[in-house]
Write a protein that binds this ligand. Structure first.
Ligand code: PEP
Length: 261
């Protein structure tokens, strides 16, 4: 078993969208036909806002589409107003994202907190996509590898290697997220190689082999193939383009075509 699921993963981070419940349900229904058609070749998971988890789960009822939350708290319960724990999420979905760069930049999440969130997700029985990636100033200063290794090391230190089959790492250069400025595939592939190396150091080769490494940052229907055909890339984390059902469906098909090669 190379990782939890041998299929490439296409994960849809809806961020704080859509505003209206009916639109969330419609979006989920819109991507379901393609997800079902290519389910043998591609794993698809949707990450709506917390409040749309239940309606989207209803819309996906019976469909082979994963569902996850965009964040969680590391404590099980307690005086943490506004927070939702990984333990609570386990009744509603199977996945959670930890350490998205918007959480790090806008809400001050630290490497240590990201590790605690990822550990709590595994403890609660969820699968986790932990995000790493350098800011533009860090890239310009030639610090990409150092930053990615630091973020990765912090999260992996909190995770048991025995649970590596439930871990996915998304390499998302911050300067590429939501900017339309996607990383050159070769550049992304080199940094995903750094991630792979860090995984092997932390978990050992066998457990590291069960972890999928994704690319994220302005991935769309026009460029998704150029990432998933990289040896080091086992799928993509998609923001903006995942809010358009037709485009995301085209991306599912494109990933399936690469997987079938
Ligand atoms: C993201 O939110 O993780 C992301 C990669 O966004 P976008 O695809 O819009 O760059």
């Amino acid at each position: 078993m190379p990782h939890d699921d041998a299929r490439p993963l296409l994960a849809a981070n809806w961020k704080m969208n859509p505003v209206v419940r009916a639109d969330a349900v419609e979006l989920a229904r819109g991507v379901t036909p393609a997800a079902l058609e290519y389910a043998e070749a591609v794993e698809v998971a949707l990450f709506p806002p917390f409040c749309w988890l239940a309606p989207v789960a209803g819309a996906l009822d019976g469909a082979a589409v994963g569902l996850g939350a965009q964040d969680c708290h590391w404590e099980r319960s307690g005086a943490y107003t506004g927070e939702v724990s990984a333990a609570m999420l386990s009744g509603w979905c199977g996945w959670v994202i930890a350490g998205h760069s918007e959480r790090r930049a806008l809400f001050g999440e630290t490497d240590e907190q990201v590790g605690r969130k990822a550990a709590a997700a595994l403890e609660a029985g969820l699968r986790v996509i932990a995000c790493v990636g350098e800011r533009e100033d860090e890239m310009d200063a030639g610090r990409t590898e150092e930053v990615v290794r630091r973020q990765l090391g912090a999260v992996l230190a909190a995770l048991p290697a025995a649970e590596s089959h439930r871990v996915v790492i998304a390499y998302e250069p911050v300067w590429a997220i939501g900017t339309g400025r996607s990383a050159e595939p070769a550049q992304a592939g080199a940094t995903m190689g750094v991630v792979r190396h860090g995984l092997e150091e932390a978990f050992g080769a066998e457990a590291a082999g069960r972890v999928r490494v994704l690319y994220g940052g302005s991935v769309n229907a026009a460029n998704v193939t150029s990432y998933v055909e990289l040896e080091s890339c086992a799928g993509c984390l998609v923001g903006g383009a995942s809010l358009k059902a037709a485009e995301f469906s085209t991306m599912i098909e494109a990933v399936a075509r690469v997987a079938a090669r």
